[in-house]
Design a protein around this ligand. Structure first.
Ligand code: FAD
Length: 416
C-alpha cells in the first residue's frame, strides 16, 4: 500500500472492470458491486467501504472508469456531503448501513441547513427538535434545499437546546423526507429550472438512532459537511464516463446502466471542471473567433486558472504544505472560474448568447453557465464568508464584533 502508484491502481481497476462492468446490468446492481469493491469511495477507510487511498489514487480510479466507459458512483449530495460526514462522525451502524446505502445509490440525500433567517450565519438556525421518548419532533422551515423533490433523506440541522450558546445546541439528524409533516415547494430560478426548494416541516419525527455525531454536537458534523462541499466545488477532479441520480424517487435505479454512459450531472455547476477551457477553445475555433486577441488572452487565463486550481488541490494533499484554507480557496477559485467562463464564452458566441436552448453555437452551454454563474459564489458559504474564514482562522485577524460566544441562543435577538 505504501508504495502503490497511480499506474498500479489503474492496472488493478482495469482488470477489475473487465470482470465486473456490464452495461446490461441495471443501475442499482452496478452501484452495489462498485460500492462493495471499495472503488466507489477509495479515499474512505477500509472499514467504511473504501480503500484508504489518497485523492491522487482515487483520481486514478475515476480516470480508469472513464477510460473503460463505466459509470461512476451516484451523483448528488449524499455521496458528496453526507458520506464523508458519516465517515467522520457516524456510529458503527451508520457506517455499515447508511453509508453503504449512499454509496450503492439506494438513498438520495438533500442538505437541510439554510433557513430564511440563517444562511451565512448558519448557527442562528431556529428549526426546533423537541425530545419525545426515543424520538424528536421537528418543526421549522428550510430554504434553498437543492434536489429536495428528488430525495428520500435529508441532512437536517435543528436546535435541540436553546439554553446553550448558538453553536452548541444544534444536532445533526438523518431525516426522512417522505414522512407526513414534510412539504417541499419548488423555487424557480432564472435558469428556468427549479433546482432548489423551500421545505416546511411541521411536527415531523426522527429517531435517536438517526442522530449523527451526538446530541448538541451538530456544529462539528455540519463543519465536516461544509468543508466537503467547499473542497468538492474546487477544481482538480476528473469524472467517470457518466453517472445517474440515486434513490427511490428519481426512478433511475432499475434502468440499464449502459444508458447513462455519457450523461454527466454537473450538480448545477453548469459545465465547470477541467473540460471548460478545451470546450471553449473548440467553440472559438468552430466560430472563427480563435484569432481574436481578447478571446485568446481570456482563454489562456481560463486555462491557467484551471491548472492553478488543480495544482492547489494537489498541494492540499501534502500534509506539510497544508494551511487549512484549501477548501475555502478551492471554493473561491470555482466562483472565479465560472465568472471567467461566462465572460469568455459570451465573447465567443456574441449575440447568440441571448438565445436559449441547445440549437445554437455551443449547444446552449454558454447560456447555461451565464445563468448559473452567480450560484457558486453563494452556495457552500458565500465568497465573502470564505474570505472571513481565511482572515480569522488562517491569518489570525480579529473576529467580527458580535455578542459573546457563550451567550445562550435563547437570549440572542435572532431567537425572538
Ligand atoms: C444554487 C444554490 C444552491 C443551494 N443549495 C443549498 C442546499 O442544498 N441546502 C442548503 O441548506 N442551502 C443551500 N443553498 C443556500 C446557501 O448556502 C445560502 O444561500 C448561503 O449560505 C447564503 O445565505 P443567505 O442566502 O441567507 O444570504 P445571507 O447570509 O443573508 O447573505 C447576504 C449577503 O450578505 C453577505 N454577508 C453575510 N454575512 C456576512 C459577513 N459576516 N461578512 C461579509 N459579508 C456577509 C453575504 O456574502 C451575501 O452577499 C444554496 C444556494 C444556492 C445559490
Amino acid at each position: 500500500m505504501a508504495n502503490l502508484t497511480a499506474e498500479d491502481v489503474k492496472a488493478e481497476v482495469k482488470a477489475w472492470l473487465e470482470e465486473n462492468w456490464d452495461p446490461e446490468r441495471n443501475v442499482a446492481e452496478w452501484w452495489d458491486i462498485l460500492a462493495r469493491s471499495g472503488y466507489a469511495a477509495p479515499t474512505f477507510p477500509e472499514e467504511c467501504w473504501g480503500k484508504g487511498w489518497t485523492r491522487d489514487l482515487a483520481m486514478a480510479v475515476n480516470e480508469t472508469l472513464a477510460e473503460h466507459g463505466a459509470i461512476g458512483p451516484p451523483a448528488g449530495l449524499g455521496y458528496l456531503l453526507a458520506a464523508p460526514t458519516i465517515v467522520a462522525h457516524g456510529n458503527e451502524r451508520q457506517k455499515q448501513e447508511d453509508l453503504l446505502r449512499i454509496l450503492n445509490g439506494q438513498d438520495a440525500w438533500c442538505q437541510l441547513f439554510s433557513e430564511p433567517g440563517a444562511g451565512s450565519d448558519l448557527a442562528s438556525l431556529s428549526t426546533r427538535a423537541v425530545k419525545d421518548g426515543d424520538e424528536w419532533i421537528i418543526t421549522g422551515q428550510k430554504v434553498w434545499t437543492s434536489t429536495a423533490q428528488l430525495t428520500n433523506l435529508g441532512m437536517l440541522l435543528a436546535r435541540t437546546d436553546p439554553s446553550l450558546p448558538k453553536h452548541k445546541g444544534i444536532t445533526y439528524f438523518k431525516f426522512n423526507m417522505t414522512q407526513p409533516g414534510v412539504e417541499v415547494r419548488p423555487l424557480k430560478e432564472m435558469t428556468g429550472r427549479a433546482l432548489f426548494n423551500e421545505v416546511f416541516i411541521d411536527a415531523a419525527r426522527v429517531h435517536d438512532d438517526d442522530i449523527i455525531g451526538g446530541v448538541n454536537n451538530g456544529w462539528a458534523a455540519a463543519n465536516t459537511t461544509l468543508m466537503a462541499e467547499r473542497a468538492g466545488l474546487g477544481t482538480g477532479g476528473t469524472g467517470a464516463a457518466g453517472n445517474a441520480f440515486p434513490g427511490p424517487r428519481a426512478g433511475q435505479l432499475g434502468d440499464r446502466v449502459g444508458d447513462y454512459v455519457g450523461k454527466i450531472r454537473t450538480g448545477g455547476t453548469g459545465g465547470g471542471g477541467l473540460f471548460a477551457a478545451p470546450r471553449l477553445i473548440k467553440l472559438a475555433q468552430e466560430l472563427g473567433r480563435d484569432d481574436d486577441p481578447n478571446v485568446r488572452q481570456k482563454l489562456a487565463k481560463l486555462y491557467t486558472l484551471q491548472q492553478l486550481g488543480r495544482f492547489s488541490a494537489l498541494r492540499a494533499k501534502t500534509p506539510s504544505q497544508r494551511t487549512g484554507a484549501e477548501p475555502n480557496i478551492a471554493k473561491l477559485m470555482m466562483s472565479d472560474l465560472l465568472r471567467l467562463q461566462r465572460e469568455v464564452g459570451n465573447e465567443i458566441i456574441g449575440a447568440n448568447g441571448m438565445i436559449m436552448g441547445t440549437e445554437g453555437p455551443g449547444s446552449g452551454v454558454v447560456q447555461e453557465v451565464t445563468l448559473f454563474s452567480p450560484g457558486p459564489s453563494i452556495y457552500g458559504g458565500t465568497d465573502q464568508v470564505q474570505r472571513n474564514i481565511i482572515g480569522e482562522r488562517v491569518l489570525g485577524l480579529p473576529k467580527e464584533p458580535g455578542p459573546a460566544k457563550d451567550t445562550p441562543f435563547s437570549e440572542l435577538l435572532i431567537s425572538r
